[in-house]
Design a protein around this ligand. Structure first.
Ligand code: C2E
Ligand code: CA
Ligand code: CA
Ligand code: CA
Length: 279
């Protein structure tokens, strides 16, 4: 037998070591990222399907790391969660988004909305509501134009602490969206007991429109129908083609977001294209 192949083990160790080193360096870097202004927020337009005009934005955080370049949130948000840095980072993103919403409302269109992502880990933080409240007060933003997106996971509606948070956030006047809806297998019937304002159809199903997946199409139709029945708004994300847009529009999807209209933009790009973007 090749036994436990010494080489193999060594190889694995090297690989793991390299990964660990990279993680460590990034984690150390993350501690300084906020102070050094390396974090910033990009904004992706959300469109009203019927009018095809921008009705709001989703705030998406980015990290400009001096050594590794642009680091994606899917990589550094988990690091931030493990280190506790997610608290200051989350507050930074929220404050930026509030201030930017005010600016967009003043220069572009006064009824624009702003959607901010919050992970389950963030929502478990006992101080999150209090901290967000401070920022709301400090910025003077119209809280009713703000939305929080929470990614659907299998259990998220079963955790009492999350439910409590959700109700607290609602009490502040914020709207609530379930992100990546359809991927977490939470049952439709449970949804009705929660104060959810919007379902965001996951990109996976939207892409299924183009690949001709009848199952994905059926799922989209049933998500839209369910949302309507429960009095919720529905937004499809990851819309990249005319065909996808047509399908979603035909079946009554309220809002759309994706590269077909625009990728996430820097504030300067939005300001510069102000005239070309239909608000
Ligand atoms: P998400 O909330 O599902 O965000 C949508 C992701 O899809 C974004 O990636 C966006 O750039 C990308 N996207 C948008 N339109 C299209 C499209 O038409 N086609 C394709 N292929 N992709 C599209 P991004 O910005 O890398 O964000 C990844 C995830 O990181 C987000 O997924 C969100 O869960 C998380 N995230 C981003 N910012 C924050 C934040 O401030 N806090 C927390 N907790 N999570 C964040
Ligand atoms: Ca999101
Ligand atoms: Ca999503
Ligand atoms: Ca996602």
């Amino acid at each position: 037998a090749k036994a436990k192949g010494k080489n193999q083990v060594v190889f694995c160790n090297e690989e793991v070591k390299a990964q660990t080193t990279r993680r460590l360096r990034l984690t150390n870097g993350l501690y300084r990222a906020l102070d050094r202004n390396e974090l910033f927020v990009m904004y992706q337009p959300q469109m009203c399907t019927e009018t095809q005009k921008v009705c709001g934005f989703e705030a998406l955080v980015r990290w400009n790391n001096p050594e590794y370049g642009l680091v994606q949130p899917l990589f550094f948000i988990p690091l931030a969660e493990q280190t506790g840095l997610i608290r200051p980072i989350g507050m930074f993103v929220f404050e930026q988004a509030c201030r930017q919403l005010i600016a967009f409302q003043q220069t572009c269109q006064e009824r624009l909305t702003m959607s901010v992502n919050r992970s389950v880990v963030q929502l478990k933080d006992a101080r999150i509501v209090e901290n967000m409240k401070k920022i709301l007060k400090k910025t003077g933003v119209d809280v009713h134009a703000l939305q929080i997106e929470i990614t659907e996971s299998a259990t998220f509606l079963d955790e009492p602490i999350l439910l409590e948070r959700i109700f607290e956030l609602k009490q502040l006047g914020l709207s609530l969206a379930v992100d990546d809806f359809g991927t977490g297998h939470s049952s439709f019937s449970r949804l009705k007991t929660y104060p959810i304002d919007q379902l965001k159809i996951d990109i996976e199903f939207v892409q299924g429109i183009t690949t001709g997946s009848d199952k994905d199409k059926a799922l989209i139709k049933s998500i839209i129908q369910t949302a309507k029945n429960l009095g919720m708004e529905v937004l499809a994300e990851g819309v990249e083609t005319e065909e996808q847009l047509q399908f979603l529009s035909l079946h009554g999807c309220d809002k759309v977001q994706g590269f077909y209209f625009s990728k996430p933009l820097k504030v300067e790009e939005i300001i510069a294209n102000n005239q070309q973007i239909a608000f």
